[in-house]
Design a protein around this ligand. Sequence first.
Ligand code: C2O
Ligand code: CU
Length: 584
Amino acid sequence: MTRLSRRRLLQAGAALGVAGVAPQTSTEVAAQTAQSPALDEFVQELPIPSVKEPDGQREGADAYEFQQTEFTHSFHPDLPDTTVWGFDGSYPGPMIEAEEGEPIHVRVDNSGLPSDHLLTVDERIDGTTSENHPNTDGPVPEVRTVTHFHGLEVAPENDGQSEMWTSPDGVEGPKFVNEWQELPMEQGRTTSTYHDHTLGITRLNAYAGLFGLYKITSDEEESLDLPSGEYDVPLVLQDKSFNSDGSLSYPEEYVPQFLGDTAVVNGAAWPYLDVEPRRYRFRIVNAANHRSFDLGLRNDSGSGVPTMYQFAPGHGFLESVVSIGSGGDLDSLLLTAFERAEVVVDFSDYAGQTLTLTNSAEMGPELTDLVQFRVSDPDQAPSDPSAEPTSLSLPSPTSYDEDDVRTTREMTLGVTVEDGLITHTLNGFTYGEEGSTVYPRLGTTEIWELVNESGGRHPIHLHLVTFRVIGRGPDGTEPPDPNERGPKDTVRVDPGETVRIIAEFSGYTGRFPWHCHMLEHEDNKMMIAFHVEGGPLQSYANEDGVIGSEGLTDAIADWRTSDLETEDLLEVIDYWRSGDEVAE
Ligand code: C2O
Ligand code: CU
């Protein structure tokens, strides 16, 4: 049996639920049985996303202008061309290379998109029609987009939030603020994605192709001597399904979980990469709508596999380099949706051999093979100026003092059925519900305990902040995984588990979402907000911006429970007396 037919067989098994994934609804069964045309693996080269050059300057910052359009893309030489949506006509979109502390401005023009969606919009999902859009009375066009730079510390108006959409013919969503997103790039280094974030149709827009990569480089990073140039390779992992005419296959009716049957890396189905017997840096990004990947290496022509040395968990650096592979710190590298990992792999002992990046996560149709590495066998070993991964001295990540924690919040992840749809909840709330917002104070540190009572896994993502994972396991007291001991913006929370994270809410005040990053869950309202308050005064001011008797009563109550310092209470009293307006 060839590998291909074995995979198809396993896929059929998964569709019947025998691979341990019990379908939750009948539409989900349909989603998993949709079978893509059989495609040979490793017949095309891995494409590398192009780098986007600035289009000019704006207020002293590099300005980037993107065009969103519909176009055709070849995922595989044996598959008819696929109509997709994308940034600047490429799938994934071109990569932005920014530097820490160098602001960039971005404008996305979606007027080139059609007015009908490429995929079927399920109007049972809130946000998709004028009737069920929580904050608009105006028209809700079928095609709407808004672009979010995932993992950035930015002001809310530059954050590409879900109701800041526009339509190709110029209708503006209820929270639309500015055309240009001004991104200060003040935070540390990262490898991340920009992607669509539109209320109710993020899963469709992203699946259609509205995503790309960006990175922020820091001086510290440059001094590490990591493999660079052509030896620094992004691997953007996705699962897709195709119809026999090559078109994208995605369920017409909402499914709480979509899992494709074809592995796509950097926009190519099952590609290969010719590598030299030397060290490579891989920026691994899970950009699947829903799927987790549990990564390892397999040697297809010899024995043994190189260790993957992970040095970064998405942002910044890990406390220390983590070895992944048998006998390493971790057996495999698990990434849930929109988590990233940066690794160094040394192919120098594998000249002439073929290795495959594999996925062992059991989730829907089995996708074992992702991308193949063909190691060349030159007469002379290539020179390799990059540092040995085991001797990298990583800049230590920010640590937090648990004594500085002002508030600890328990946040439960739950599940319910609403209007016949499986709907996941955060603290019992869904998108936009009154009472769902929490109010961290600017500059303070909080611990959030993510308690997963939903029976399924969720990658939880907070905008604005990067956090540290401080505990996981049944009661949140087990140590974080070795490769999550560093700054992150998205964290895996497994069923029955409590994951404790700590973050400083600094940089900007205002309202930011936090949500599950499985796009199917996010689209069906598994997204609520935190609102960073400017200071003690603002939190007690009323709509008119003054502190009234209610504000004063709240302040006194908070002071009694020690949530408010005496000094701050006195300031609140002063404002209450004077009736002065509290500054923003
Ligand atoms: Cu990657 Cu709120 O998003
Ligand atoms: Cu979820």
